[in-house]
Design a protein around this ligand. Structure first.
Ligand code: A3P
Length: 292
């Protein structure tokens, strides 16, 4: 047990840690700009991947040097993060020198600052199937000292089912954003599994959502950069400079696969999970693939 790890707290009905709630007033009063692009995800759904894709779409041609010199977490502020001595996510967003701003958040839909809705901002949401998402989250929490103590795999899985994770229940998160998409047309709801299966098609669809006329040649270059192995070897995207991550425990870009859950769930855990899943997802039209 590491006593320096933060504890889970109940925050307006959602499990959180203080590093995502201590700057709450500034987060809630954040002033969005109409061309801001929000990347919203449940943790470990492929956030870094989509942030990097968006960054390349907007800035690869005009400022290629930043790809070699600025880590992705400095190019795409994490809105609700407050982790002294580093600048807060809101301050980073307020002082970003480039435009449009790409802003990352893991907030459930009800917590997104209202200014983003008022400014009619574009939002890119990425969802990942629950089984791979929880496996990735487990390995991440083992290596990230800024997260609560993960415990063993089976207790972690139970906590995930109970929604006792940082940023709350996966079920509420993916369904909440899905419901919002039915009434707010500027949400582009993507799936990690589709990105793995056909990154090129997803990139093309993303460009149409963003109203970008990126050439095929440019898209090809971007596709090259965002391959798993290329991102893993790139110090600007593999988070190797992030001091809170213990790379002797796991990797940030760990496997990048659909279906790794099969290496973690026992037969009994899988059956119980499927039963729980059926109940929790019975009122939504949202569907996931757990293999491709
Ligand atoms: P795994 O732990 O299953 O490997 P986030 O950025 O939201 O924290 O998500 C991290 C997960 O996205 C990790 O999953 C990571 O490997 C995966 N990922 C990141 N870049 C990827 C890429 N280019 N291709 C496939 N998966 C990627």
């Amino acid at each position: 047990m590491d006593p320096s790890r933060p504890k889970l707290i109940d925050f307006h009905g959602v499990s959180m840690t203080h590093i995502f709630t201590d700057n709450w007033d500034k987060v809630q009063n954040f002033k969005a700009k109409p061309d801001d692009i929000v990347v919203a995800t449940y943790p470990k759904a492929g956030t870094t991947w989509i942030c990097y894709i968006l960054d390349l779409l907007y800035f690869y041609q005009t400022c290629p040097e930043r790809e070699k010199s600025i880590p992705i977490y400095d190019r795409v502020p994490f809105l609700e993060l407050i982790c002294p001595p580093y600048p807060t996510g809101t301050d980073m967003a307020d002082t970003l020198p480039t435009s449009p701003r790409i802003i990352k958040t893991h907030l459930p839909v009800q917590f997104l600052p209202k200014s983003f809705w008022e400014q009619n901002c574009r939002i890119v949401y990425v969802a990942r199937n629950a089984k791979d998402n929880v496996v990735s989250y487990f390995h991440f929490d083992c290596m990230e000292k800024g997260q609560p103590e993960p415990g063993d795999w089976s207790s972690f899985l139970q906590r995930f089912k109970d929604g006792k994770m940082v940023f709350g229940s996966w079920f509420d998160h993916v369904c909440g954003w899905w419901e919002k998409k039915q009434t707010y047309s500027k949400i582009h709801y993507m799936f990690y599994e589709d990105l793995v299966k056909d990154t090129g098609r997803e990139l093309k669809n993303l460009c149409s959502f963003l109203g970008l006329s990126t050439s095929e040649e440019e898209r090809k270059k971007i596709l090259q950069c965002v391959q798993f192995d290329v991102m893993k070897a790139n110090p600007m995207t593999n988070l190797s400079n992030e001091p809170s991550l213990d790379f002797s425990v796991s990797q940030f870009l760990r496997k990048g696969k659909v279906g790794d859950w099969k290496n973690h769930f026992t037969v009994a855990q899988n059956e119980q999970f499927d039963e729980h899943y059926k109940q929790k997802m019975k009122n939504t039209t949202l569907q996931f693939h757990t293999e491709i």
